[in-house]
Design a protein around this ligand. Structure first.
Ligand code: SF4
Ligand code: SF4
Length: 284
């Protein structure tokens, strides 16, 4: 499978994430990277040959936000069987799009469909842009999708064009702090081993679709395990102002966990805090 990886406006964080994949050598036996801006010595010949349709392109990965003027990336997208937007910038625009109206993602600009390619774009292989959101995307998500395409497996995408395999569970699932969440016991200071970060420290785990706490990073850790809030980096509205604080109104979080009603939250939160077990007392 022939792959080209190109950069838009990017910090290259997804490249770093990809290079951190544990079994890269065995992946490279299946996937032929024709060009990658950080790994290849020369650019011109390969990309020109693809643009002239002398080389067939199976997969194009775009990392970084894109300008509406970027005709080269647009043309490459139309020539590839499958197009993958890796990282939140390529998916939705992210930081580079905050101040520039003509910059966005490949098929979205934040939550608006369209982007560089337009909302109706479908690649030669029959998919819209496959979005691997995240800041960065986890290496297992990138490789998992590449191997599915390599094996001819069908991908199911969600409403944001993300593969459901990796984006249908919340960061909250598998978090080691769930018991503190249930009993409404907040962490006292960042980095502590005990307590939940939802109530004051802005944790987006219950509103963010990612598998970070199920597959972990580097196989060992995640933000919430390390005592830092989930910033919701896989969602279209990332980044937000005030990443370390929970916005409150009349003492209640402005945004509640997905599927929880305000009435239900008020009833359960009061009871939970009152009857929290002694063993959950906050002493690290
Ligand atoms: S720290 Fe975040 S992800 Fe973990 S239980 Fe609390 S709200 Fe959920
Ligand atoms: S824990 Fe949250 S902010 Fe961190 S990588 Fe996962 S989704 Fe992104």
């Amino acid at each position: 499978m022939k792959l080209v990886w190109v950069h838009g406006i990017t910090c290259c964080g997804n490249t770093h994430s990809f290079l951190n994949y544990e079994y890269l050598d065995s992946l490279l036996k299946k996937i032929d990277i024709l060009y990658h801006p950080s790994l290849s010595v020369e650019e011109g010949n390969v990309l020109d040959a693809i643009l002239e349709e002398k080389i067939k392109l199976d997969v194009l990965i775009v990392e970084g936000a894109v300008s509406k003027e970027d005709e080269k990336i647009k043309k490459l997208c139309h020539l590839a069987d499958f197009v993958i937007a890796v990282g939140n910038c390529a998916c939705y625009g992210n930081i580079p799009a905050l101040t520039k109206a003509d910059v966005g993602g490949l098929q979205f600009r934040f939550k608006i469909k369209g982007g560089l390619l337009g909302e109706d774009f479908v690649s030669r292989g029959g998919y819209p842009v496959i979005n691997l959101s995240g800041c960065p995307a986890h290496p297992d998500w990138i490789v998992g999708v590449l191997l599915s395409l390599y094996n001819g497996e069908k991908l199911e995408l969600d409403q944001w064009n993300r593969p459901k395999t990796f984006y249908s569970s919340l960061t909250h699932w598998g978090c080691t702090r769930n018991e503190y969440f249930e009993w409404k016991i907040e962490m006292e200071k960042l980095g502590s081993k005990k307590g939940c970060l939802f109530y004051y420290f802005g944790c987006r785990g219950p509103m963010t679709y990612s598998s970070c706490n199920r597959i972990l990073w580097n196989g060992v850790n995640s933000k919430t395990r390390a005592g830092t809030p989930c910033f919701g980096c896989t969602e279209f509205d990332f980044p937000r102002i005030g990443l370390f604080e929970t916005k409150l109104f009349a003492g209640l979080p402005v945004e509640l966990p997905i599927g929880v009603s305000k009435r239900g939250y008020i009833m359960l939160a009061g009871i939970a805090k009152t009857f929290a077990p002694e063993r959950l007392k906050l002493e690290d």
